[in-house]
Ligand binder design. Structure first.
Ligand SMILES: NC(=O)c1ccc[n+]([C@@H]2O[C@H](COP(=O)([O-])OP(=O)(O)OC[C@H]3O[C@@H](n4cnc5c(N)ncnc54)[C@H](O)[C@@H]3O)[C@@H](O)[C@H]2O)c1
Ligand SMILES: [Fe+2]
Length: 386
């Protein structure tokens, strides 16, 4: 029996090399553009900047984008954005810039404070048009109803989830990812893989979403190492952008699970980049979950190409999927243990207590995770796989 599902996506998704040139047509009827663009990206997007500026009568740039935007910074930028009064907000960058653009677009629409929109379905409305152009492959934020902020006081990441956050137009141009350094390509690529894996093994997994998840796993597994080693390879960059887009399309209807929940304290407390935290934890959570969802992990092994399509040994295939994810992270030069990220045994209790608060995501995990389970997953990740 196929369960009912809601797929909420941007009205238009432009995909492919050179597609950023369509931005002018998507700005038709707009006069005042607020552009949130990552400072490291800005020097690489002169052509896009000229097109935007030629298409509207006034443009305001926000380039001081912090990773995982801290709430006090969002408040400050909201004042700047509010006095500009945009009728379109454009996010250009990785997930941090796009999430900031999404949040500012809803905050300038009315009188809500940022604290009031945190959580699920708390956004009242969005007035400006919202256009997203990702420069990483990546979060898939250009198509998701999610934005992630940092609560500086609680030292935790906080999610905002609302249909109003889904951009009207997503322009996924893989040429925009060429300037991303190898380390960013690696961590963001493993993040995209994690989105697909967590959607595919999710308690809410659905055939309408599995098609994206399985294809994304195939694309990313086959291309992430080459994209990291040879960032100019357009075939790999394009495959990664598509895999990332597919990962993003999984996040609205099904979303992520324990890897992302356990990564929250690493981002909030240790300032570990989102993708790096996920890539570190992914194989350990896969090991933990395999006991419950081996058949799904076996299909992941097939999508990753490490097990033949005819193979029937489900447990062995699930183990092969975990081993392949470890290999991909290693080949991409990502750290292999939490201790390399500055975490010590003394931190694990606090991290486990914080992670189990992220019930929004943990409830999606195929195997229930309590505090002692979370601590044990962290403990295994502390020293890395033998
Ligand atoms: N909204 C969602 O659905 C969603 C999903 C997953 C993650 N996230 C959030 O997204 C954020 C992470 O996004 P990210 O992984 O894309 O990283 P990011 O946006 O923080 O960017 C990482 C680094 O790469 C640089 N960079 C990005 N693109 C570049 C390019 N083309 N050239 C040169 N430098 C470039 C940035 O300057 C930054 O230093 C986190 O806050 C995470 O929580 C959001
Ligand atoms: Fe993610």
């Amino acid at each position: 029996m196929i369960e009912p599902v809601s797929l909420r996506q941007p009205r238009i998704i432009e995909f492919g090399a050179g597609k950023r040139s369509t931005v002018s047509q998507h700005l038709e009827g707009c006069r005042r553009a607020l552009v949130v663009c990552d400072a490291a990206v800005r020097p690489h997007v002169d052509d896009l900047a000229s097109q935007i500026e030629a298409s509207v009568s006034a443009t305001e740039w926000i380039t001081d984008v912090s990773p995982e935007p801290p709430i006090p910074e969002v408040k400050r930028l909201r004042r700047q954005a509010g006095s500009f009064d945009p009728d379109v907000v454009i996010g250009i960058g990785g997930g941090s810039a796009i999430d900031l653009a999404k949040v500012l677009a809803v905050l300038v629409s009315g009188s809500q404070e940022v604290e009031g929109i945190v959580g699920s379905d708390n956004v009242a409305a969005r007035t400006p048009r919202l256009i997203a152009l990702p420069t990483t492959a990546g979060t898939g934020s250009e198509v998701t109803p999610i934005a992630v902020l940092t609560d500086v006081e609680a030292r935790l990441k906080k999610g905002v989830v609302s249909t109003h956050l889904i951009p009207d137009v997503a322009i996924v141009d893989p040429e925009l990812t060429i300037s991303a350094p190898a380390s960013v390509t690696a961590s963001t690529g493993l993040d995209a893989l994690t989105h697909c894996v967590e959607a595919f093994t999710n308690v809410h997994a659905h055939p309408a979403v599995d098609v994206y998840a399985e294809s994304g796993i195939r694309l990313i597994g086959a291309n992430v190492v080459e994209a990291v080693r040879n960032g100019e390879n357009m075939h790999s960059r394009t495959a990664m952008s598509l895999g990332s887009l597919y990962g993003g399309l999984c996040l609205g209807p099904v979303n992520t699970a324990a890897v992302h929940a356990l990564a929250y304290p690493l981002g909030g407390t240790f300032k570990v980049a989102h993708g790096m935290a996920n890539s570190m934890l992914l194989p350990y959570v896969m090991e933990f979950n395999s006991a419950t969802a081996a058949a799904r992990y076996a299909r992941i092994a097939k999508a990753l190409g490490v097990v033949s399509p005819e193979d029937t040994d489900v447990e062995a295939a699930a183990a092969a999927a975990t081993a392949e994810v470890r290999r991909l992270a290693r080949e991409c030069g990502l750290p292999a243990s939490l201790s390399e990220l500055g975490v010590t045994e003394a931190d694990l209790d606090t991290m486990a207590e914080a992670a189990v608060q992220v019930t929004r995501l943990l409830n999606n995990n195929p195997r229930p995770i309590g505090v002692s389970d979370a601590r044990e997953i962290y403990r295994r990740a502390l020293e890395g796989a033998a």
